[in-house]
Design a protein around this ligand. Structure first.
Ligand code: AMP
Length: 623
């Protein structure tokens, strides 16, 4: 028998959740559903999101409410709009085979009149953030006098966000005899207090041991000099070609800066922070969910409640000030039974904070080494090899081109061909990491070398374009000519100067690659140089010049091209002859972000077993 049926859930709901892939209840569902189905208890569940708690309370609600009646019977309060929409959507999915289930999402930042209209039409379940809910109550636009169940989801978060008073006011409009179900990732004294205030001998369920982390999250830290932080971060990303991560910064400005630098460097990244309008945030989240973005750079507040499955890494670009925030951050990964890694990139001075977090979570962090350039290249190479191996071939579409392709390659042995194919991407990494320095900062535990401190380490990074923090006076241009066309740097310089009628001294760095190259010209000359190549051919082939890097709309929307070793992702950049076509490869999965270098984590500490979920101590702690 289906285990959900055994728990007491009816067939039409079980059919719907089976379609969502729920085969077996998660531990919290297994333990809470039978209790909640009685409908006669207040309830406190200590559990994180990602454990299946929405269904843990959502399924019993669907069993307990009377859907013949069209008035509010359940009110679910949660801290964020994200979570509000998520819960609403989940409940709609669970109930899609039932008749007349009406759920409304009530949250700020969206049209209140739409929400009022839905309420007027008749709803049984209201999912709301406290501020907007109170607004609607104050307008006397909703009647909670027949509410049977109130769910306080992520209660600790709601209190952290200062919703205590709003919650008090909202609950005062609901009947005394209703049952209250409270879920919280942690049980600080404030949550205890509200549990006591609103509940009568609640049934308490603790999933996992207090103050221990989610069993599936492994925590790593890397110690780098402050000035190497961004480079180290990119190595970590590059060492994980399939990363799908959330990167946490402390301030909006830092968030924005990192995102911009990453975009410029060709990663599929964007930022999420409080200065964006709701619409902009929705757009970013949509792209992240759809995986058009590989890296989401976020502040703590903006990322609250983000519930995206399959996040592989959380990266603490800056450590949070509070232990609670670390827990929330790392809880964005390893959801729904998956595994995940929470990485902190720190300087030697911050080691003390790591030790504090370790103590808070009761869990040891692994000190990882920033991978060498060689490690990154190797990792990327095999990632490419696996992609080539696993790529799905569209036999019918490719067939017409095969004779010509075969003709082009007829001189090559299989071995040569394979080498070239793998090198297309690999060369960029080799080039970028050619002289990559060791980015690990030497550290002696318990001692901080002043000379290595954050100060004096700041400074501009070398290189004039693309490096985070530095402003370039040059525009980096892509050209679809390279060493295969028998250009070396001198040749290319001559060729450019001749065509563009500019002095060789004005041209900046030139990177000659295989089938394409990059060169820099002063911003002021960019237009002129680009114009001068219009209609120019080289050996019967049209010469293409593109701006490589920030600024162009495509670079934002699909991640832009990579600075180092990039080729242009927008479609204009790929080479026709002997080239490969990027289109399609542009969106994440296949190397979504391309290009830059990156690193590893000394392998091996993925296999981690131990305790249960992420949690923290009784009260908020400042480091
Ligand atoms: P939640 O903790 O409610 O945010 O759930 C986290 C994720 O786990 C969501 O994507 C759910 O769809 C998924 N999930 C919840 N319960 C189950 C289950 N019994 N089997 C498989 N996936 C589940």
């Amino acid at each position: 028998m289906n285990p959900f049926i055994e728990l007491g859930i009816r067939h039409d709901i079980v059919n719907a959740i089976s379609e969502l892939g729920f085969e077996n209840p998660t531990p919290i569902q297994e333990q809470s559903i039978p209790v909640l189905l009685t409908g006669s208890n207040d309830f406190v569940g200590l559990a994180q999101t990602g454990t299946g708690k929405t269904a843990a309370f959502g399924l019993p609600l669907l069993e307990l409410l009377d859907f013949e009646e069209n008035h509010p019977q359940a009110l679910i309060l949660c801290p964020t709009r994200e979570l509000c929409l998520q819960i609403t959507n989940d409940i709609k999915n669970y109930s899609k085979k039932m008749g007349n289930v009406n759920v409304v999402a009530v949250y700020g930042g969206a049209s209140i009149s739409d929400q009022l209209r839905q309420i007027r039409r008749g709803v049984q379940i209201v999912v709301a953030t406290p501020g907007r809910m109170l607004d609607i109550i104050n307008r006397k636009a909703i009647d909670f006098s027949k509410v049977k169940f109130v769910v306080l989801d992520e209660a600790d978060e709601m209190l952290n966000m200062g919703f205590q008073e709003d919650i008090d006011s909202i609950l005062s409009t609901t009947p005394e005899e209703k049952k209250t179900w409270l879920f919280s990732a942690t049980m600080p004294a404030e949550v205890r207090r509200i549990a006591k205030k609103y509940m009568n001998e609640p049934f308490e369920l603790t999933m996992g041991t207090k103050n221990t982390g989610n069993i599936n999250i492994e925590h790593e830290y890397y110690i780098v000099r402050a000035r190497d932080k961004y480079a180290a971060f990119k190595r970590i990303v590059d060492f994980n070609p399939d990363i799908f991560g959330i990167v946490f910064c402390r301030t909006k400005i830092e968030t924005q800066d990192i995102a911009e630098a990453l975009i410029k460097d060709g990663y599929n990244a964007d930022s999420l922070h409080g200065d964006l309008s709701q619409q902009q945030r929705d757009k970013v989240m949509k792209r992240y969910r759809e995986r058009s973005l590989q890296l989401l750079i976020a502040t703590d507040v903006a990322a609250r409640g983000i519930d995206v499955n399959d996040v592989t890494h959380v990266i603490n670009y800056s450590l949070p000030d509070e232990l609670e925030n670390y827990t929330h951050r790392s809880g964005r990964t390893a959801r729904a039974g998956k595994t995940g890694v929470s990485i902190s990139i720190i300087n030697a001075k911050e080691l003390g904070k790591i030790r504090q977090i370790e103590r808070g979570l009761g869990k040891k962090f692994v000190k990882a080494e920033i991978p060498t350039g060689f490690d990154v290249c190797e990792k990327q190479l095999f990632s490419i090899v696996h992609k080539i191996h696993d790529v799905e071939v569209n036999e019918t579409q490719i067939e017409q081109y095969l004779p010509r392709i075969m003709e082009e390659f007829k001189e090559l042995t299989k071995e040569d061909f394979i080498k070239r194919f793998a090198s297309i991407e690999f060369n960029r990494f080799l080039e970028y990491y050619k002289n990559a320095p060791d980015l690990n900062a030497p550290v002696e535990e318990g001692r901080f070398d002043r000379d290595r401190g954050e100060r004096g380490e700041r400074g501009e990074r070398p290189g004039r374009s693309g490096d985070f923090g530095g402003k370039s006076e040059y525009t980096r241009l892509f050209i679809n000519l390279g060493s295969v066309d028998e250009f070396n740097r001198g040749d290319l310089l001559g060729y450019i100067c001749n065509n563009a009628k500019i002095s060789g001294r004005t041209v900046g760095k030139i990177d000659v690659k295989g089938v394409y190259s990059f060169f820099e010209v002063p911003h002021a000359d960019t237009e002129k140089v680009m114009e001068s190549f219009k209609g120019i051919e080289f050996k019967g082939r049209e010469v293409r010049i593109e701006v490589s890097g920030e600024g162009t709309s495509h670079s934002r929307s699909d991640g832009g091209e990579r600075r180092e070793g990039g080729y242009n992702r927008s479609g204009g950049g790929e080479r026709r002859e002997g080239g490969y076509n990027r289109s399609g490869g542009g969106e994440r999965r296949e190397g979504g972000h391309r290009g830059s270098p990156n690193p590893n984590s000394a392998g091996g500490f993925r296999d981690f077993s131990g305790k249960r979920r992420e949690d923290r101590p009784e009260r908020r702690r400042r480091f």
